[in-house]
Write a protein that binds this ligand. Structure first.
Ligand code: PLP
Length: 439
């Protein structure tokens, strides 16, 4: 009997024993194509010698030095590299161990900023339905995924959730994409005015929504309107790039494609690429200075923040993404994947929408293409597809999100940036067989 407390208590997953390039191997020797990089983590694929060497060498030099006493070379180098390539006025980097830690830190930073600025009544966060920002209590409060939040209701913060920018379901007939983007953003201003601008500390959103919506990119202009609205009312803009950042959509930060920069950005997953647990919160000097010139102390921290081996991994990963031309590769292979998905699923009776950017692609599954009705949740379509794909030798990320108050299903694809054309064929074939076997 295993003593591991697995989140799926009744599953007995195979034992992973190796990884090479785009493939993972289990103890029986079975090979799996990593079609989702776990959950958009393994952007460089498995067994990258440059990254493991950077970690080994750092561990040989210095494994740990508590940030209450020291900074470290890799942490400083990573912060410099991120800021060199970060959009807008982002100027400071707070290194953490993963995505939830980054979003939790962002929420606390936004709150402390307003306290230090003498506006302590600003305590309300506005976020969106159809979003996931992590599993710690603050991050879970920000996320709009009803299924994940259900049992924890009494513990969660009072957060406003507005509609996401979800063209496939919420754009009206005859409405242009631009008009829809403007109308979707207007929901933020409406909510700010409803609750009182003086009470709002920040708005948090994923530039391209990952786990809860399946690579849902915004309509053109949406985030520009969001930025303007935030500025009008002094509301901080927090962009959660934990899943969509670090090159996944074809630019280092996804928001670059929307022509906006946040006050606070959160990154993780692709930053460590699976080689180390690491995340980061980036903020502007205006926010940092408010704290530096106020109490002088960010009232937040964890023992493992700024871990030298994790920072060394992050530094090597970002250097690899930028230095090996992988952003360009994400764009070419992303287009190649989108074409294959269109060919295979464009006319599929149960595929309602194909979407995404770069190597971040989503397939929304529906019972009925004409009415867009989702499958009944009791059919467990996403879970069954995950199982069928796994049996085929494909690891992908089917999930259920909440659509118009009902659960709907989608498949998220986020393969390593190094994926080859023949592996894109393999991915599409295996996924097609898995979907057809289930619905
Ligand atoms: N934010 C987003 C957008 C995510 O997709 C996730 C994880 O899926 C998180 C935050 C939480 O990250 P982690 O699982 O590393 O805590």
């Amino acid at each position: 009997m295993s003593h591991i407390f697995a989140r799926h208590c009744h599953a007995s997953p195979p034992v992973a024993v190796g990884g090479k390039g785009c493939y993972l191997f289990d103890a029986s020797g079975k090979q799996y194509l990593d079609g989702s990089g776990g959950a958009a983590v393994s952007c460089l694929g498995h067994g990258d010698p440059d990254i493991t060497e950077a970690i080994k060498s750092q561990l040989d030099t210095l494994a740990f030095a508590h940030t209450g006493f020291f900074t470290s070379q890799p942490a400083e180098q990573l912060a410099d590299l991120l800021i060199e390539h970060a959009p807008g006025d982002l100027d400071r980097v707070y290194l953490v161990s993963g995505g939830s830690e980054a979003t939790e830190a962002a929420i606390k930073l936004a709150r402390q900023y307003w306290v230090e600025k003498g506006e302590p009544q600003r305590s309300r966060l506005i976020a969106r339905k159809q979003s996931y920002h992590g599993n710690t209590i603050g991050a879970l409060s920000a996320g709009g995924n009803e299924w994940r939040r259900q049992q924890f209701g009494p513990l969660l913060l009072d957060v406003s959730h507005i509609d996401p920018c979800y063209e496939y379901r919420l754009r009206q007939d005859g409405e242009s994409l631009e008009d829809y983007g403007k109308r979707a953003a207007q929901a933020l201003e409406d909510e700010i005015l409803r609750v009182g601008p003086e009470t709002v500390m920040a708005f948090m959103a994923e530039p391209v929504v990952g786990a809860t919506a399946g690579a849902l990119a915004p309509a053109p202009g949406y985030f520009k309107h969001i930025r303007e609205i935030c500025d009008r009312y002094g509301v901080l803009l927090i962009l959660d790039e934990v899943m969509c950042g670090m090159g996944r959509t074809g630019t280092l930060f996804a928001c670059e494609q929307d022509g906006v920069a946040p006050d606070i950005a959160c990154i993780a997953k692709g930053l460590g690429a699976g080689y180390q647990p690491i995340g980061a919160m980036l903020c502007t000097s205006a926010i940092y200075d408010a704290i530096a010139n106020g109490s002088g102390f960010f009232q937040h921290g964890h023992t493992y923040i700024g871990h030298p081996a994790a920072a060394a991994a992050g530094h090597a990963v970002v250097n690899a993404i930028l230095g090996r031309g992988l952003l360009e590769r994400v764009n070419t292979q992303g287009t190649a994947l989108a074409q294959r998905l269109e060919q295979r699923f464009g006319q599929h009776p149960h595929v309602g929408d194909l979407r995404g950017r770069g190597l971040f692609r989503g397939i929304e599954l529906v019972e009925d293409r004409d009415t867009k009705a989702p499958f009944d949740p009791s059919r467990g379509v996403a879970a069954k597809i995950k199982k069928a794909a796994f049996a085929e030798g494909l690891a992908c990320y089917p999930m259920s999100g909440t659509i118009d108050g009902r659960r709907g299903d989608h498949v998220l694809l986020a393969p390593p940036f190094i994926i080859e054309d023949h592996q894109l064929d393999e991915l599409t074939d295996k996924l097609g067989r898995a979907i057809d076997a289930v619905i």
